[in-house]
Design a protein around this ligand. Structure first.
Ligand code: NI
Length: 169
C-alpha cells in the first residue's frame, strides 16, 4: 500500500466530471487500498479518486468513532434519493485549512458497487449522509465551495493535529 499525494483546489482534475470504472481489476484494487491508506494518513472521513489525480468514479468513506462506519468503497455511486435540508460546516482535504457553511440533505440513499463488483445500497443520515454527498460531488467536479452562497467565502481554521475533529473529506 502507498500514501498518494493529494491534489488541491484549483487543480483542474478536481473540477472535471470523472469517468465510470469499467473493470474492477487488479490496478483498481490497489488504488482502493492506497486510497484507504491515504484517507487514514490525512485523517479524512472520505476521499474521492480525483483528489489523488485519478478521474474515476471511485470514493472511500470511513466514519470515525463513536459511529465507526466503514471503510465503505463506492464504485460508480449514484444518488437514489435525498430528502430534507440542513446547514453543515464542511471541510475538504483538497482545501486544507478552510471550512465553509453550506446546505446538505438530511437523509441520503446511495447505490454503488463494492470492490467485489456487488451492488449495494446505503441509507444514511448525519455525517455519513454529508460525506456521501460530498464524495459524490467530487466525482462530478464539484467542491463544497461551489455550494456556498454568492459572496460567501470559506473561513480559516486552526490546524488540528492528528485528529479527526476537522471532519475533512
Ligand atoms: Ni473533499
Amino acid at each position: 500500500m502507498a500514501i498518494l499525494p493529494l491534489r488541491y483546489h484549483p487543480d483542474p482534475v478536481l473540477h472535471r466530471k470523472a469517468k465510470r470504472v469499467n473493470n474492477i481489476d487488479g490496478p483498481v484494487q490497489k488504488l482502493i487500498d492506497d486510497m484507504i491508506e491515504t484517507m487514514h494518513d490525512a485523517s479524512g472521513v472520505g476521499l474521492a479518486a480525483p483528489q489523488i489525480g485519478i478521474s474515476l468514479r471511485l470514493a472511500v468513506i470511513e466514519i470515525p468513532p463513536p459511529d465507526s462506519i466503514g471503510p465503505i468503497v463506492l464504485i460508480n455511486p449514484e444518488i437514489v434519493s435525498r430528502t430534507g435540508e440542513r446547514e453543515v460546516e464542511e471541510g475538504c482535504l483538497s482545501l486544507p485549512g478552510f471550512r465553509g457553511n453550506i446546505k446538505r440533505s438530511v437523509n441520503v440513499v446511495v447505490k454503488a458497487k463494492d470492490r467485489y463488483g456487488k451492488e449495494f445500497k446505503v441509507k444514511s443520515d448525519g455525517l455519513l449522509a454529508e460525506a456521501l454527498e460530498h464524495e459524490l460531488d467530487h466525482l462530478n467536479g464539484i467542491l463544497y465551495i461551489d455550494h456556498m452562497k454568492e459572496g460567501e467565502t470559506p473561513h480559516k481554521i486552526e490546524p488540528v493535529e492528528d485528529s479527526r475533529d476537522g471532519e475533512e473529506d
